[in-house]
Design a binder for this molecule. Structure first.
Ligand code: SF4
Length: 217
C-alpha cells in the first residue's frame, strides 16, 4: 500500500473588510447548504452601522434577491424601523446562516456552526452598539442556549465586549399573524433607538442596575 501526504493548507487570513467578507461567503463551501443555494445572503448596510439586525436563514425571496429580509418580511421590518426612527444608514441586516436550506427546512446545526465564522466576522468588523436578534432561533444562537423569544423579548442583555443584545420577534411572525409580534417588535426597536440616543440604559448598565437592586434588597 502506498501512502501520500496531503499538502498543508494555507492558513486562512481573517477578512478585513465587508467586501472581503462578501467574497468569502460567495465562494464558501464549508457546509452542505452551498449545494442548493441560489444567491448567498451576506448582509446589507455598511461598517458604520450602529445596530445589527440579525435574522435566521434566507428564504425564497432572499435567495432570489441575495439580500436579507426581502418580500413581505422586508416590508414589515422597513415599516417598523421607519416608525421608530431607525434609519437604513444606522442598521446592518444579516442572517445567522447565509445560504437557503433546501425546501426551507430548519438550518442544520453543522451549518450554524460553520457559518458562525462569517457572523463573527461581521460583528468584529461592524462593532455595533446594539444587536437586535429577530426570533427564537437567532436569539438562541447568539446566547448559546435554547431560549424562547416569548420569554426574552424586550430584555436588554450584555454580550460580547459591551454590545447590547435586544431580542425580539421575527418579522415573519408579524406576517403570520402572531398576535403580540408587531407590538413587541415596535417596542423593542424603539428601545434600540432609545439606547442609541442615551435615553435608555445599555445592556451593561441594565445588568449593573439589576445587581445593585438585588444587593440592596
Ligand atoms: S451556509 Fe454559511 S458555512 Fe454553509 S456554505 Fe453557506 S456561507 Fe458557507
Amino acid at each position: 500500500m502506498t501512502t501520500s501526504s496531503a499538502p498543508a493548507s494555507a492558513p486562512t487570513e481573517p477578512v478585513r473588510t465587508l467586501r472581503e467578507l462578501e467574497r468569502a461567503v460567495r465562494s464558501c463551501t464549508s457546509c452542505d447548504l452551498h449545494q442548493d443555494r441560489g444567491t448567498p445572503v451576506v448582509g446589507q448596510g455598511t461598517e458604520a452601522a450602529r445596530v445589527m439586525l440579525v435574522g435566521s436563514v434566507p428564504r425564497r425571496h432572499e435567495d432570489l434577491q441575495g439580500k436579507p429580509f426581502a418580500g413581505a418580511t422586508g416590508n414589515v421590518l422597513d415599516n417598523l424601523l421607519g416608525e421608530v426612527g431607525l434609519t437604513p444608514e444606522e442598521c446592518y441586516r444579516t442572517t445567522v446562516v447565509k445560504c437557503r436550506p433546501r425546501d426551507d427546512e430548519p438550518a442544520p446545526m453543522a451549518s450554524v456552526e460553520a457559518c458562525s465564522t462569517h457572523l463573527d466576522a461581521q460583528i468584529r468588523l461592524i462593532e455595533p452598539e446594539i444587536i437586535v436578534s429577530l426570533g427564537t432561533f437567532t436569539t438562541s444562537v447568539l446566547l448559546r442556549r435554547q431560549v424562547s423569544v416569548e420569554r426574552v423579548a424586550g430584555y436588554r442583555l450584555d454580550i460580547r465586549n459591551g454590545i447590547t443584545l435586544i431580542p425580539t420577534y421575527h418579522p415573519v411572525d408579524v406576517v403570520r399573524g402572531v398576535p403580540q409580534a408587531a407590538a413587541a417588535m415596535r417596542r423593542d426597536l424603539a428601545a434600540a433607538r432609545a439606547v442609541l440616543d442615551g435615553r435608555l440604559s445599555t445592556g451593561a448598565q441594565a445588568v449593573a442596575e439589576l445587581r445593585a437592586r438585588m444587593s440592596s434588597s
